[in-house]
Design a protein around this ligand. Sequence first.
Ligand code: DAH
Length: 352
Amino acid sequence: MNELDAIVDSARVAFSQAATPAALENAKARFLGKTGSITELMKGMAALSVDEKKSRGAAINLAKQAIESALNERRQALADAELQQQLQAEALDVTLPGRVRGQGSLHPVSLTMERLEAIFGSMGFEVAQGPEIEADWYNFTALNTPEDHPARSMHDTFYVEGGSTKTPNLLRTHTSPVQVRHALQHVQSYKTLTGSDDLTGMPEIRVIAPGRTYRVDSDATHSPMFHQCEGLWLGENISFKDLKYLFTEFCRTFFESDDLVLRFRPSFFPFTEPSAEIDIQFQQGPLAGRWLEVAGSGQVHPNVVRNMGLDPEQYIGFAFGMGLDRFTMLRYGVNDLRLFFDGDLRFLSQFR
Ligand code: DAH
C-alpha cells in the first residue's frame, strides 16, 4: 500500500472512531488541518519538478477528495444518529391512556334550585338567604307559632346550646323564617332609601328562599337534613288567585307539562290564614292520575305581617313552602330520598 492510500485508510478509521461531531472535527484536523498529513504532503511538493508536481499533485488531490468524502459521510451519519436519538427521547406513546380529569357535576337538588331560581326569577322574584342556625323568634314566634305548638317539641327540632329567643338556638325547621328576615330588611331598606317611615310607594315583596332545613326524622322519604324553598309575595292587593296562577305556572314550567293539574286543599299552618296544601297531578307518565303533595301555602297571617313591620290592614299576600327534594325526585323519577345524600357517584353523576 502506498503512502497516500495508508493516509486515506487511517483517516477512515479515525473518522469512524469519532463518536461525536466534536471528535470528528478534531480527527479532520489531523489530516486536512494546517499541520495535517495531507497539508504537509502539499508543502513537500515545492521541491519537485513541474512534471513531478503534476502527477504528485493529482495523486494527493485524489487522496484529499477520498478523505473529504469519508468525512462528509461520517458527519451525515453522526447527524442522523443524533436526530434519531432526539426523536426517541421525545417520543410519545400514543397508545397510553390519557390523563382524564374527572368532570364534576351539580347535585340534582342544586339543579332543582337553579331551575327554580330561573323560573321564579323570570316572574320577578328575587332570591334571599337566611341562616341555617336560626333564632327561636324567627323560626317560630314571628311566624305566629305559639309556645305550646307541637312543632316546637324536642321531637322535631334540633336545638343547639346557648341562645335566647332572638339569638341562634336551633337548626331551622323550615325556610319560613326567611320570610320575616327578608320582609324586615325590605322595609328597612325602603325607609333608609327615602329617609322616612312612610311606606307609600314601597315596591312589593316578591322573594323566594331556597335552602337547607333540619328536623329529627329519617326514613325513605325523610332525611334529617332536607331542602325547602320559601316563597313570599306581599303587597297592597295580592290575593289567593295570584298564588294559584303563580304556582300553577311555576309547576307547569318546572315539570315541562302543560296539562299538569293543581289542587289547593284546605289545611292549617300557624303563619297563614286561610292555608292550603298544594297537590299536583300528572296526566301522563308513571305517576299519572295520582295526587302528589308538593307544598304548603296560604295567605300570610296578620300577626306575621305585623312582625314584618307592616300594617296588616294595608299589606296582604301569600306565602308558600315547597319540598325541593320532593320536586327533584318527581322530576327525575327517583324513589328513595336517601340516594341524594349517600354520596354515591354512580348515582350522582347521572345528572349532568
Ligand atoms: N313551613 C311549612 C313547613 O315546613 C311550609 C309552609 C306552609 C310554608 C305554608 C309557607 C306556608 O310559607 O305559607 O311545613
